[in-house]
Write a protein that binds this ligand. Structure first.
Ligand SMILES: Cc1ncc(COP(=O)(O)O)c(C=O)c1O
Length: 386
């Protein structure tokens, strides 16, 4: 059955899914999964204890329906943490809890009238354009610069009177680029001076901050919400605690957004109308304790740096400052991904991220997977140039 125009945005994903069985069959017990952020070692004991305590909670309605947008107490904890992080006065009524960042993103691009376009600096997380197309807007992909910083001129040229929003992955995924203050201020200026139809508001900035916890301690993460009032922040607790199957995230509308209350009300209605629902009651119960727990990112980041050192020593060009991922330059990303799958190693080709000529690998994999996987990666990329 036709997917009403969405095929184009799913094709690369489906082609990659086919390679997963190749890699599993070829790798057997020595399969190396360096593709998605799945943590093979699972979450740590503290996270497991919080989930257990939530499941054992004995309030009468603890595991029953919660309001669309989420329970007030859980939203309050999320808002307070975001307020501390950004310095902006986020309150519970700026936050809509969702089953993961995916539904937060999808809801956010559903909030506009049909038609128009959404501008997306690219490479970007795989399904951003898919959600835009799904809600009948044009995904307008604008390449980042070669150093993966924003191409402000190209963005200004792409934004027109029909632009509802810009979606920025902050820090960049797959690139690991950390957007700095000058860059974010300049983006805010581009958005404020964007051409508008009569009485139409400036575009919304959807800041996808799923990876902000993985910014190394010697760098600082800045949310674009600090520089542009019409920002909606997207977040994933699944990513922060490596419990991605548990589906907990949010969209939080900046308290400085002039129509914040109306936008949050619309998002809550859409959560109901779209059947997105809310995160499970169990994850909402766990949220206050999860918010109080610092994510244990050091292990992943140390593994990433060891992997980076091995890749650099092998002469490979590698990026990835501010996420758990490394982005490795290659000649043909599909050819390299296929060759690696045949060796039992799964990596993500840049095509998944609407880009080409790079591979993304994740440091959430086990040490032994990374060590073996890197040997194969180096061998395959050397064969490429031979
Ligand atoms: C940038 C980005 N946005 C959104 C998501 C989806 O997050 P969730 O699993 O919370 O839906 C991911 C997951 O990999 C991501 O990397």
């Amino acid at each position: 059955m036709p997917l009403t125009g969405l095929e184009r945005w799913i094709e690369a994903q489906e082609r990659f899914d086919g390679l997963r069985s190749t890699a599993l069959a070829a790798g057997g017990a020595r399969f190396c999964d360096l593709a998605y952020a799945n943590a093979w070692g699972g979450p740590n004991d503290e996270v497991r204890a919080i989930l257990r305590a939530a499941a054992e909670s004995s309030g009468e309605l603890d595991l029953q329906y919660t309001p669309y947008g989420g329970a007030v107490t859980s939203r309050r904890h999320a808002a307070q943490a975001l307020a501390r992080r950004t310095g902006l006065p986020f309150k519970h009524d700026h936050v809509v809890l969702t089953p993961g960042a995916m539904s937060a993103l999808s809801l956010s691009v559903r909030a506009f009238r049909e038609g128009g376009n959404v501008v997306i600096p690219t490479p970007t997380w795989l399904d951003h354009p898919l959600y835009v197309a799904m809600h009948r807007h044009e995904p307008r992909l604008v390449p980042l610069r070669d150093d993966f910083a924003l191409d402000l001129e190209a963005l200004a040229a792409a934004i027109d009177e029909e632009t509802h929003a810009v979606i920025l992955t902050c820090p960049g995924n797959p690139t690991g680029h950390l957007f700095g203050e000058d860059e974010l201020r300049a983006l805010a200026e581009v958005l404020c001076s964007a051409p508008r139809a009569a009485n139409a508001p400036p575009p919304l900035l959807v800041s996808d901050e799923c990876h902000r916890d993985y910014v190394p301690a010697d760098r600082s993460f800045l949310s674009p919400a600090r520089f542009y009032d019409r920002t909606a922040v997207i977040y994933s607790y699944g990513k922060r605690f490596l419990v991605q199957g548990q589906r907990l995230g949010y969209v939080a509308v900046s308290p400085r957004h002039p129509e914040a209350a109306a936008l949050v009300a619309a998002l809550r209605r859409l959560a109901r109308a779209g059947g997105f629902g809310t995160p499970t009651a169990l994850m909402q119960l766990a949220l206050p304790d999860l918010e109080a727990l610092a994510p244990a990112v050091e292990g992943v980041l140390a593994r990433k740096e060891r992997t980076r050192a091995a890749l650099v020593e092998a002469g490979l060009e590698t990026r990835g400052d501010a996420t758990m991922f490394l982005y490795v330059r290659c000649a043909d990303d599909w050819a390299a991904t296929t060759a690696l799958a045949k060796r039992g190693v799964l990596v993500l080709p840049a095509a998944i991220f609407h880009h080409h000529g790079w591979l993304r690998i994740t440091a959430s994999a086990r040490d032994d997977m990374l060590e073996r996987g890197i040997e194969h990666l180096v061998a395959v990329l050397r064969e490429e140039v031979a």
